[in-house]
Design a protein around this ligand. Sequence first.
Ligand SMILES: [Zn+2]
Ligand SMILES: [Zn+2]
Length: 207
Amino acid sequence: MPITDCKIHGESWIVEMCEHLHKDLEKGIYQTYFELPVMITRMCLKCAEKYDLQQIIDAATYYSEKDNTWNITRNYGIIKKKYPDMPKRIDFIYRDIMKNRGWKCTSCIEQIQLNYARKNNLELPFKPYENTLMNENDIDEYELAEHIENSNDKIDCYVEFGTPSTPFKISIHGKVSTEEKQMIMKTIDTYFEKISRKQRVVNFSDH
Ligand SMILES: [Zn+2]
Ligand SMILES: [Zn+2]
């Protein structure tokens, strides 16, 4: 998946999709999608039927003894063994969809999915973290990481913005004592006192 610089979510993954899915999302409608194997392009039910997607999914489905699961391969080699012509068909469908395709940031899609579920009284698709810090909030993540690092000279700190389904993440690497951990947590708590969005997770790791 390629990366974009989303105004709301910062650096994030994007997905490509058929024009119909894209038009619906633009209108705030979230519908079930189907994925073209290997190319990971999303398509609506009508496109899935038009291109006989089920047959391609069947061709790409294989059993992994190692994980004891059924998977869909991203590897043309596996498909080719069973159906020599299938890779050509997948390429054709991909190019056909690309003529009018749309794309969107995956976190923006999540937000649309969440709003749509609420509006239609559906079960929420995931635990929402809308009150976590995202790229659009005026926070300098480097400044915060540096601020935390300055409180202890044995640590490296990384900060990751939240998405609708994941909280703002602070990762701290380095061997520190329990007391030092508490001091670091205090530094973070103090920093968040002036910030309205409090949802966050802090992870410590020894290395
Ligand atoms: Zn479509
Ligand atoms: Zn976004």
